[in-house]
Design a protein around this ligand. Structure first.
Ligand code: NOJ
Ligand code: CA
Length: 574
C-alpha cells in the first residue's frame, strides 16, 4: 500500500451544536470547540471532522445548507473558523468539514431563484419534474418518511414537483448539470484554500438518479419504496461525477476524504476507496445498514455483539481484499450510542465502554471516535416525544401510532433507535447542564451527567477516557504503528460473545491478537487454539488490557492462556 499522510491517524467527530457553548445561548459554537482543543490533543486524535457549520435553517440540523461559503452565525464567523483551524494545527490536528452536495436548503438563494423562475439557470440546478397520471413522478419514499416529491413553492397548483431524498427543506441538486457541478467544486475549493485538510462526504450515493423517474416495487403497505433502493440501481453512473470532483478539488489539495457510502459491494469498495478510489476511505456503516435495511423503527432488529462483529469483520475482509482502507466506527450523529446498541444490557456501562473500545481501536483502517464515546456515553433516557428534535424520530413516532402502538411504546422505540441519542450535549462536568452551557441547552442533557462526565475521568487512572488515551497511544507508538496501520486483518472467532481477530504484519514480523469477551460469564482462551493462524512465536506480551483480563504464559514461553471476565478485553503481541 502506498503510504499516505493520513494513514495511521485517529479521527474524532464533533457535532458542533452539542459540543461546547461559549456564550450561554444553549448552542455549541466554534469558540467552544477552540476552548476544548487542549482536551482533544490530550486524547491524542489527529483529525477533527466537524458536522456542518454552514448557515442553515436547521431543518435537518445543518445538513440543509443555505450558504456554502460561510459560517452559521450561531456557531461564529469565518474569523473564528480560521482561528480554529490554526489553533488545531498548532496541536497537530487537521480539520475536515462536511461536504453536503446531494442537496442544499430550500432557503439557499439558488432554490429561491429557481422557484421564482422555472426557466432560470438555477432551476437547472434542481430536479423539477412533471407529475405522472395526476400524481407525483414516482413512488420513492424519502429517508425521513413521506414522498421524495413536493410541489415547488409558489407553484402549488401546477403539475410539477421537486425531488428531495431527505427532508422537504433539502431539495436535491442536479449533478447531471455541469454548471451545478462547477458550483460544487467552487465551494469545495473555498474551504480547502482556507486550510481544511479534507471532507466527510455526505449522502453521496443519492446524487445519481434514473432520469426517467420510474416506480420501484413497494417495500411497505404504503405502496412506496425507500429512495435508497434507487441509489443501488444507479450506482454505475457515479464514477464520472466523483472522478471529476476528485480531480478538481481533492487531488490538487492532497485531501483526506471519507465517504458516507452504504450498499457497498466488492467492486464498489475498490472504486470508492481503492488505490485510485474517489475517496481516501469509507465509513464502515455495515451494522447500521443491516438495521436500516428495514424501512421503519418498528421493524428494526436488535443486534447482538456477534452480529455487530460479523458486520465489521465482513467489512474488514472486503476492504483488505481490494487494498482499501476503511474507517471503523461504533457510532456517529446518525446513530444511537454504540455502547447501548451493540453491547448486551449488562455491558452498557463503563466496563463495556472499554470492551467495545478495544474491539474498535485494534481494527485495520482509520478509526473515528464520536464525541462522548471516549467517556462511555450511552443512550439518553428520553421520556416523551417532546424531548426529541430529530424530524426522523418524529416521523417514526407518528408512524408507530398509526400502526397501533401506544405512545409509550413509540417513545421507547425512538429512544432506542433515534439519532438524538448522539446529539444530546457533551458531558463536561457535574455542574448544571453538564458544563455544556450556562444557558438553556437546545437539547436535553443525559441523565447520568453527575457521574458520567469528562471531569470525573480526565487524568483518572482506570477511566474510560484514560483507556482511550492509552489505546490511541498504543496504536501510534513507533513500535506498533506499522502493524496497527498496515497489518492484515484475520478473523479468529465470533463465538456467542467471545470475539477475536488477528493483525499480522509480515514486513515487521509482528502479530497482534485482539480479543473481547461480551459474555456474562468468564471464559478462557488458549493461544494454542490459533493453530496455523499464529505466525509469530515470540513470548506473548500484553500490550493493553481492560476489566481485569489476564494472560498466563506457559512454561514454553510461547503459548499462554487468556482469562477474560465479563467485558474482559486485551491486545496481545504474539
Ligand atoms: C447523512 C447525514 O449524516 C445525516 O445527518 C443527514 O440527515 C443526511 N445525510 C442528509 O444530509
Ligand atoms: Ca453558543
Amino acid at each position: 500500500m502506498e503510504p499516505k499522510w493520513w494513514h495511521g491517524k485517529v479521527a474524532y467527530q464533533i457535532y458542533p451544536k452539542s459540543f461546547c457553548d461559549s456564550n450561554g445561548d444553549g448552542i455549541g459554537d466554534l469558540k467552544g470547540i477552540i476552548s476544548k482543543l487542549d482536551y482533544l490533543q490530550a486524547l491524542g486524535i489527529d483529525i477533527l471532522w466537524l458536522s456542518p457549520i454552514y448557515p442553515s435553517p436547521f431543518v435537518d440540523q445543518g445538513y440543509d445548507i443555505a450558504d456554502y461559503e460561510n459560517i452559521e452565525p450561531l456557531f461564529g464567523n469565518l474569523d473564528d473558523f480560521d482561528h480554529l483551524v490554526a489553533a488545531a494545527k498548532e496541536r497537530n490536528i487537521d480539520v475536515i468539514m462536511d461536504l453536503v452536495a446531494n442537496h442544499c436548503s430550500d432557503q439557499h438563494p439558488w432554490f429561491k431563484k429557481a422557484c421564482a423562475d422555472l426557466n432560470s439557470e438555477e432551476a437547472g440546478y434542481f430536479y423539477f419534474v412533471k407529475g405522472k397520471n395526476g400524481k407525483v413522478p414516482n413512488n420513492l419514499r424519502s429517508y425521513f418518511g413521506g414522498s421524495v416529491w413536493d410541489h415547488i413553492p409558489g407553484h402549488e397548483d401546477e403539475d410539477i414537483f421537486y425531488s428531495h431524498y431527505f427532508a422537504k427543506g433539502q431539495p436535491d441538486l442536479n449533478w447531471y448539470n455541469p454548471k451545478l457541478r462547477e458550483q460544487v467544486y467552487k465551494f469545495t475549493n473555498f474551504w480547502l484554500q482556507r486550510g481544511v485538510k479534507g471532507f466527510r462526504v455526505d449522502a453521496i450515493l443519492s446524487i445519481v438518479k434514473d432520469l426517467s423517474f420510474p416506480d420501484l416495487p413497494p417495500d411497505d403497505t404504503d405502496g412506496m419504496c425507500h429512495a435508497a433502493n434507487m441509489n443501488a440501481r444507479n450506482l454505475h453512473q457515479i464514477g464520472p461525477f466523483l472522478n471529476e470532483l476528485k480531480a478538481k478539488t481533492f487531488t490538487p489539495a492532497d485531501s483526506f476524504t471519507v465517504g458516507e457510502v452504504l450498499t457497498v459491494t466488492p467492486e464498489s469498495v475498490k472504486d470508492f476507496a481503492g488505490a485510485n478510489g474517489y475517496f481516501s476511505t469509507l465509513f464502515d456503516l455495515s451494522a447500521r445498514e443491516k438495521v436500516e435495511s428495514f424501512p421503519h423503527y418498528r421493524m428494526f432488529p436488535n443486534l447482538l455483539p456477534d452480529d455487530f462483529a460479523q458486520c465489521v469483520f465482513d467489512t474488514q475482509d472486503l476492504n483488505q481484499k481490494v487494498d482499501a482502507f476503511v474507517a471503523p466506527i461504533i457510532e456517529n450523529h446518525d446513530e444511537p450510542r454504540g455502547l447501548s446498541y451493540y453491547m448486551p444490557d449488562y455491558l452498557q456501562n463503563a466496563v463495556g465502554a472499554k470492551t467495545i473500545a478495544t474491539f474498535l481501536m485494534g481494527l485495520r483502517g482509520i478509526p473515528f471516535i464520536y464525541q462522548g464515546q471516549e467517556i462511555g456515553m450511552t443512550n439518553t433516557a428520553f421520556q416523551s416525544i417532546d424531548e426529541f428534535d430529530d424530524l426522523y424520530a418524529k416521523n417514526e413516532y407518528r408512524d408507530m401510532l398509526e400502526h397501533g402502538y401506544t405512545p409509550e411504546q413509540a417513545v421507547a422505540s425512538c429512544a432506542r433507535h433515534g439519532r438524538d441519542n448522539a446529539r444530546t450535549p457533551m458531558l463536561w462536568d457535574d455542574s448544571a447542564n453538564a458544563g455544556f452551557t450556562t444557558g438553556k441547552p437546545w437539547m436535553r442533557v443525559h441523565q447520568d451527567y453527575k457521574t458520567l462526565n469528562v471531569k470525573n475521568q480526565f487524568g483518572v487512572l482506570g477511566s474510560t477516557f484514560s483507556y482511550y488515551q492509552d489505546l490511541i497511544k498504543l496504536r501510534k507508538a513507533p513500535e506498533y504503528a506499522h502493524v496497527f496501520t498496515y497489518g492484515s486483518f484475520e478473523r479468529v472467532m465470533i463465538d456467542q460473545g467471545l470475539i477475536a481477530y488477528l493483525r499480522t504484519d509480515k514486513e515487521t514480523e509482528q502479530q497482534l491478537l485482539v480479543i473481547i469477551n461480551t459474555r456474562k460469564d468468564s471464559c478462557t482462551y488458549d493461544l494454542s487454539a490459533l493453530g496455523d493462524k499464529r505466525v509469530c512465536k515470540h513470548q506473548p506480551q500484553v500490550l493493553i488490557s481492560a476489566n481485569e483480563a489476564t494472560l498466563s504464559v506457559k512454561a514454553d514461553g510461547v503459548d499462554g492462556i487468556i482469562n477474560l471476565g465479563c467485558g474482559g478485553a486485551m491486545i496481545v503481541a504474539l
